[in-house]
Design a binder for this molecule. Structure first.
Ligand SMILES: Cc1cc2nc3c(=O)[nH]c(=O)nc-3n(C[C@H](O)[C@H](O)[C@H](O)COP(=O)(O)OP(=O)(O)OC[C@H]3O[C@@H](n4cnc5c(N)ncnc54)[C@H](O)[C@@H]3O)c2cc1C
Length: 366
């Protein structure tokens, strides 16, 4: 028995050694191939967050030869991993901005994609609630801009109507604007699915692949220097989120600066699911949409996010004091939430810049 065990162990060891040798051989071979013939792509995408995954999916679907480089060992770990998971209609976007245009286009596109790939979403709609007279006075102009932005179903509703729709809401509410069409989604699953579909169609998804440098070669392509070797591509798209300005600075001085803005959240137990149907929005300010109380696509009620400017670009932490304030606000909005426990907290960092609009820069010469 003892001998047999040793034999089995020895054979196992041999197989392991053999596998190790094969692995080493393949690895060296891959390195040699990489050095001798650097692959040339139509498009290289830097960053595997929500933006990079959507772009690689779209361009691969158009028949282009694509590569996505993500510095982390997994996709969707940064800004895209710590958000609210709400697909906004753009009712409060500034007209003629890139944000406005994207949100308008996305209204139809999003649902088409979710249905096509069987991704969970719920059209909960939002209620932008006024809690004092000052906020009440702002509702008509918010309604006007919603209509100007094409969200024609938005309308003002009375306090009675509001409480009929949301009977567990604090009766201190004075009135609201109803915004149909706002969705809740799983914000992680969507980009992961898009990247997966792109990969199935031939895209190269390279994880642990940090873009360290790059330049435009004479001819018509870029040579990117990455932690997994060189990559050649006709076009490079910078989707590096929180590192966007640093990646831009690889080859030119960046026309934008990232100013990380942290958002913290508290998640209530699913036992509270019946307390809320819609996304409860506060009256927004110039700087932020404010703290929301909303149902997640999995039935939890969530409160957040905060908007805290900071310099660090990674590892956003939750702070108990801030979470306590969020929970107190959620209890104010929905008093019966006090009977349900908080089961999770999380934080994310927004890749905000010095301006409110998105940055979409095309350099045809480069
Ligand atoms: C608190 C909070 C709430 C939000 N709520 C919503 C919401 O409800 N609805 C909504 O639509 N949006 C919301 N957002 C915004 C949304 O999450 C972001 O706009 C979006 O996730 C940005 O995606 P991204 O791909 O640009 O950035 P990221 O997700 O940060 O992806 C960039 C990727 O680039 C990689 N990278 C960086 N440098 C390099 C390099 N040199 N080489 C290789 N890879 C690199 C990073 O590792 C990262 O994976 C929220 C954001 C936060 C933080």
């Amino acid at each position: 028995m003892a001998t047999n065990t040793r034999v089995v162990a020895w054979n196992g060891l041999c197989v392991l050694c053999l596998l190790h040798e094969i692995f080493n051989f393949l690895f060296c071979l891959e390195l040699q191939i990489t050095m001798s013939s650097v692959p040339v792509y139509d498009v290289a995408i830097i960053g595997g967050g929500a933006v990079g995954c959507a772009i690689v999916h779209d361009l691969t679907g158009r028949g282009l030869k694509t590569v996505l480089c993500e510095q982390n060992s997994q996709l969707v770990q940064e800004a895209s991993a710590g958000n609210s998971g709400i697909v906004h209609t753009g009712f409060d976007a500034t007209p003629s901005t890139i944000e406005h245009q994207c949100l308008e286009d996305a209204r139809i596109l999003n649902k088409t994609i979710y249905n096509k790939y069987n991704l969970p979403f719920e059209e909960r709609g939002a209620l932008l609630v006024a809690w004092n007279q000052d906020q009440m006075s702002k509702l008509p102009s918010l309604l006007k801009s919603a209509h100007n932005n094409g969200v024609t179903g938005a309308r003002l509703i009375s306090r009675d109507d509001l409480l009929r729709r949301e009977p567990h809401l604090n009766p201190a509410a004075l009135g609201a604007m109803i915004i149909p069409g706002e969705l809740v989604v799983d914000p992680w699953l969507i980009p992961i699915t898009l990247a997966h579909k792109a990969w199935r169609q031939g895209a190269q998804i390279m994880r642990d692949c940090k873009v360290l440098g790059g330049h435009l070669e004479t001819g018509s392509h870029w040579l990117l220097e990455t932690s997994r070797g060189p990559i050649k591509s006709r076009i490079v798209i910078n989707c590096a989120g929180l590192q966007g300005d640093l990646v831009e600075a690889i080859n030119q001085s960046s026309p934008f600066e990232i100013h990380p803005r942290k958002g913290q959240f508290a998640v209530f137990d699913q036992s509270a699911a019946n307390l809320l149907h819609s996304i409860i929005l506060p009256v927004p300010t110039e700087r932020t949409k404010g703290v929301l109380v909303f149902p997640s696509v999995y039935g939890n009620i969530v409160v957040g996010p905060t908007a805290e400017d900071q310099t660090a670009r990674e590892n956003p932490q939750v702070h108990p004091k801030v979470i306590d304030e969020l929970v107190a606000y959620a209890h104010f909005v929905l008093p019966q939430l006090a009977e349900h426990p908080v089961v999770a907290t999380y934080a994310g960092l927004r890749p905000a810049t010095q301006t409110k609009d998105y940055h979409f820069i095309v350099d045809r010469d480069r």
